[in-house]
Ligand binder design. Sequence first.
Ligand SMILES: [Zn+2]
Length: 85
Amino acid sequence: MTHTESQDLLLDLAYGELDATRAAELESHLSGCAECRQEKAVLDEARRMAAPLRELEQPSPASTSPSFARRAPRRSSSTTGTSGR
Ligand SMILES: [Zn+2]
């Protein structure tokens, strides 16, 4: 594996999208390349800092509004009408 290749794969590894074979190749390059180890450390740090932010974004106030809960029974009654036919 070349240094340029491994730089691309570091991103995939950080997002957990690298298959085991490529990951093993990357690890062996990392063991001999301080620059890539540094790059991986930066990516890991960035991902760790982004993770809690993503959790905060998910529960939006609109999804917990009562109007959303009111929709659920309406949908189930239309299903009953279809099965009655
Ligand atoms: Zn490298």
